[in-house]
Write a protein that binds this ligand. Structure first.
Ligand SMILES: Cc1cc2nc3c(=O)[nH]c(=O)nc-3n(C[C@H](O)[C@H](O)[C@H](O)COP(=O)(O)OP(=O)(O)OC[C@H]3O[C@@H](n4cnc5c(N)ncnc54)[C@H](O)[C@@H]3O)c2cc1C
Length: 389
């Protein structure tokens, strides 16, 4: 890609190390897991041992204490090497809620284990089947009873729930008709799933078009100790919102990595495949969609870098985080489309990995936030138009 910029990249060394690690997990590894919807335990273990999943945890809690741009470089590189960070990316950022809003006891109790990988906090229970994007309409409730909270309800799309020890849960603690603003009365909890699985907690995997280990989760009088409430009761929605810019910038970086993988794969194939006596990449009809997706990727990358810069400087970065996520997800899709088309029939053959990555990257126009909601954010908060919902 851009060699001048790569030389100036402050994370060039991390990227090189991530590349080496990823080379131990080639296409065959992912294909085999994809076929049986398996979890990449060895890959997650390798990332954990290298300290990458604890990148954002401060050193005093045993993490690497790196900035968001380093975490973004790690995830981008994972995707650019054809691997899939979706299996564990949330281990990097969900803990941010505990770090920013948790008590000293909670930080001391959980963060060192999350940093070492001994504890997995990579399940995030927000979305519900009936409320979807309309988060404040969620129906899961938590009722205080003595030194416990009693949780009832259901979540959907709780990714990695079967491969996580802890879940960060958003539940309503004051009914919606008893709060002034619908964003109030929601609270955030740390659920130790090991203690309640089969005792109030049921997890059911959902088979999806790509290997994502996502689940439905049911709570039936599930007990959560009172001390597992994060921060103040009723303020949970704000705590969740607080972590969203970081999440968006990280997911956007993964999309940029995907786009780079597709572009490299398409370019190589376009140069090698000879038809009518010349490489297919000599035809502008083949070249142009690849070149176009490259320019889309570079534009998205610039916005994401701007967002990371602002985030690390402590400046508001909602605009860049949202635009970056949307543009990067669109760029990776455009690059995927160009890559499939360049490969002709082989784009559909599993052994080329193109179809797998194509399925995997489609998600990011929907989750963790769909494109329409990003456009609504820009329309309302950046451009000052009336709120649409
Ligand atoms: C594989 C996968 C993994 C996921 N992992 C997690 C997870 O770990 N934890 C978690 O909590 N959630 C997770 N999600 C949920 C994800 O965040 C939601 O799917 C996403 O936010 C969209 O919500 P929804 O599916 O309910 O769609 P809906 O909210 O039903 O929306 C459907 C469509 O309508 C559009 N729409 C809705 N309202 C408006 C409006 N006002 N204006 C314009 N358009 C609108 C949306 O953009 C969307 O295109 C995951 C989802 C998937 C598919």
């Amino acid at each position: 890609m851009d060699k001048t910029l790569m030389n100036a990249d402050p994370h060039a060394e991390i990227r090189e190390e991530v590349r080496k690690l990823c080379s131990r997990f080639p296409g065959e590894y992912w294909r085999e897991l994809d076929a049986r919807r398996g979890y990449p335990t060895e890959f997650v273990q390798a990332l954990t041992e290298a300290g990458y999943l604890g990148a954002l945890i401060p050193e005093e809690y045993g993490g690497a204490g790196l900035g968001l741009s380093a975490a973004a470089a790690i995830l981008e590189e994972v995707q650019a090497q054809g691997c899939n960070g979706a299996a564990c990316h949330a281990q990097m950022y969900i803990m941010g809620t505990i770090l920013r809003h948790g008590s000293k006891e909670q930080k001391d109790k959980y963060l060192p284990g999350i940093a070492s990988g001994e504890l997995r906090l990579q399940a995030f229970g927000v979305t519900e089947p009936t409320s979807g994007t309309d988060t404040t309409a969620l129906r899961t409730t938590a009722r205080r009873e003595g030194d416990k909270w009693i949780v009832n309800g259901q979540k959907i799309w709780t990714s990695r729930a079967e491969h996580s020890d802890l879940m960060l849960l958003l539940a309503r603690t004051t009914p919606r008709d008893q709060v002034k603003k619908k964003t109030e009365g929601l609270s955030t909890f740390i659920v130790d799933m090991r203690t309640v699985l089969g005792k109030g907690l049921t997890i059911r995997p959902i088979r999806t078009m790509m290997n994502h280990n996502s689940c439905e989760v049911f709570f039936d009088n599930m007990e959560v100790p009172a001390e597992n409430l994060v921060g103040q009761e009723g303020k949970g929605f704000r705590y969740i919102l607080d972590g969203m810019n970081a999440e968006r910038l990280l997911i956007a970086s993964e999309c940029i990595g995907d786009a780079k993988w597709f572009i490299e794969k398409a370019v190589n194939y376009a140069k090698e495949r000879v038809l009518f006596g010349r490489p297919i990449g000599q035809n502008q009809g083949v070249q142009f969609p690849i070149a176009k997706s490259y320019s889309q990727m570079r534009a998205a990358e610039a916005i994401v870098h701007k967002g990371l810069e602002k985030f690390e400087a402590g400046l508001p970065c909602g605009e860049e985080a949202n635009m970056g996520k949307m543009l990067a997800a669109e760029a990776s899709w455009a690059a995927g489309e160009a890559c499939v088309q360049t490969h002709g029939g082989f784009g559909f053959a599993e052994e080329y990995d193109v179809e797998r990555k194509f399925r995997e990257t489609r998600l990011y126009q929907v989750a963790p936030i769909s494109t329409n909601l990003i456009l609504s954010y820009l329309g309302e908060h950046v451009l000052g138009m009336p709120r649409s919902y």
